[in-house]
Design a protein around this ligand. Structure first.
Ligand code: NAD
Ligand code: MG
Length: 393
């Protein structure tokens, strides 16, 4: 029995994970679940999966959850706050941690799982983007196992040899080809992007996702964060990572080898595939995803990304090249700008302008410690909030 903690159980990835787990009660047991504010959903999940522990964001939410569980006679222990998240991620009671909190809020518990030597299923790309080398060092030092859930990175992971040791050269890798759908605005007239609404930005053509990552997909910051994620996961310099627009999202990414071979992973766009892959690795389990029928898909298309249409992609490459705490600066500015956009406080195109200003007006430093990264994150959030307050509609 693999015992599992899900950080961010009520989100899109959390719900898909529970869907896969429910298909294999003989293999997996839920140890703990967390949610930030969706207490009713978490209560229903606790009633179904009977975890030992559940963690929410605040004392008030914990009280409400405890009351709901008591009504149903569910004996899950209720806790709240960041220390409790770190505790369920590092407890001796769990083997595997699904890191599916969105944004920087997931860094501390995901790092706690690494330091406890857990098997980490990483969806929370922002945590790795922020902490980069420090996170990879913690994984190595504590004997943790890191498996990518992001569909592109899971595809790359499946397309590399199982013995891959973060050295593209040794494995004969010529290029990592990171595919991108291009999001909802791939073909929309650039001048009209100023007027995009949150609802339009969240309507992704191929994937059902949380609101933050949906906006990131519309700006292509998501792909930018994924370039940085791929750099750390696979030990690949930026020059080896190429973004390819592939609107059908059937090829989830590819590895191009020096002998001319290209290995790809294909499938229907459904996150239960990478989740099942990482849960069962190196075995295979049923995920609930329908088999891919290429004759129904018919055509696969590819094109180069337009960095002028998607300035966030260029900003992410810039942050990766700059190194140190620059990716943390980028990520924090993006989180603040996306939230302001979703609240209709700024327009869609302000997102990249805010991030560019935060990056270019604030120095970054060495990512010498998690404290240094968190200080950069806090500083970037204040800077972004200041810029947004100055130009709010
Ligand atoms: P979501 O918004 O649907 O869910 C986020 C989860 O995080 C929720 O359970 C929420 O309760 C929790 N959460 C939010 N803020 C929190 C906070 N401050 N403290 C603690 N918990 C908090 O997001 P999602 O789409 O499931 O994405 C989760 C992560 O997975 C993101 O990092 C995203 O980039 C990554 N990811 C998602 C997909 C996808 O298809 N949805 C694909 C690849 C990667
Ligand atoms: Mg992805």
């Amino acid at each position: 029995m693999q015992r599992i903690t899900i950080l961010g159980a009520t989100g899109s990835i959390g719900v898909s994970t529970l869907d896969v787990l429910a298909r294999h009660p003989d293999k997996y047991r839920v140890y703990a679940l967390s949610a930030h504010s969706r207490v009713e959903e978490l209560a229903a999940q606790c009633a179904q999966f009977r975890p030992e522990r559940a963690v929410v964001g605040t004392a008030e939410a914990a009280q409400r959850l405890a009351a709901l569980l008591a009504e149903q006679g569910v004996r899950t222990e209720v806790e709240y706050g960041e220390a409790a998240l770190c505790a369920i991620a590092s407890s001796a009671g769990t083997d595997t941690v699904m890191a599916a909190i969105v944004g920087a809020a997931g860094l501390a518990p995901t790092l706690a799982a690494a330091r406890a030597g857990k098997k980490i299923l990483l969806a929370n790309k922002e945590a790795l983007v922020m902490s980069g080398q420090l996170f990879m060092d913690a994984v190595q030092a504590h004997g943790a196992t890191l498996l990518p859930i992001d569909s592109e990175h899971n595809a790359i992971f499946q397309s590399l040899p199982q013995s891959y040791a973060r050295s593209p050269k040794a494995a004969g890798v010529a290029k990592i080809l990171l595919t991108a759908s291009g999001g909802p605005f791939l073909k929309r007239a650039v001048e009209t992007l100023e007027n995009v609404t949150p609802a339009e930005a969240c309507k992704h053509p191929n994937w059902e996702m949380g609101r933050k990552i949906s906006v990131d997909s519309a700006t292509m910051m998501n792909k930018g964060l994924e370039v940085i994620e791929a750099h750390w996961l696979f030990g690949a310099p930026a020059s080896l990572i190429e973004v390819v627009i592939h609107p059908q999202s059937v090829i989830h990414s590819m590895v191009s080898y020096t002998d001319g071979s290209v290995i790809a992973e294909l499938g229907n766009p459904d996150m239960r595939t990478p989740i099942a892959n990482a849960l069962a690795f190196p075995e295979r389990i049923e995920s609930g995803v329908a088999q891919l029928d290429l004759t129904v898909v018919g055509t696969l298309q590819f094109e180069k990304p337009d960095f002028k249409r998607f300035p966030c992609l260029a900003l992410a490459f810039e942050a990766l090249e700059a190194g140190g705490t620059a990716p943390a600066l980028l990520n924090a500015a993006n989180e603040v700008a996306v939230e302001a956009f979703l609240d209709s406080r700024i327009g869609f195109r302000e997102i990249d302008r805010v991030i560019a200003r935060v990056m270019h007006e604030n120095p970054h430093g060495a990512a010498s410690s998690i404290d240094a990264v968190m200080a950069q994150d806090a500083h970037a959030r204040r800077a972004a909030a200041g810029i947004i307050a100055g130009q709010a509609r």
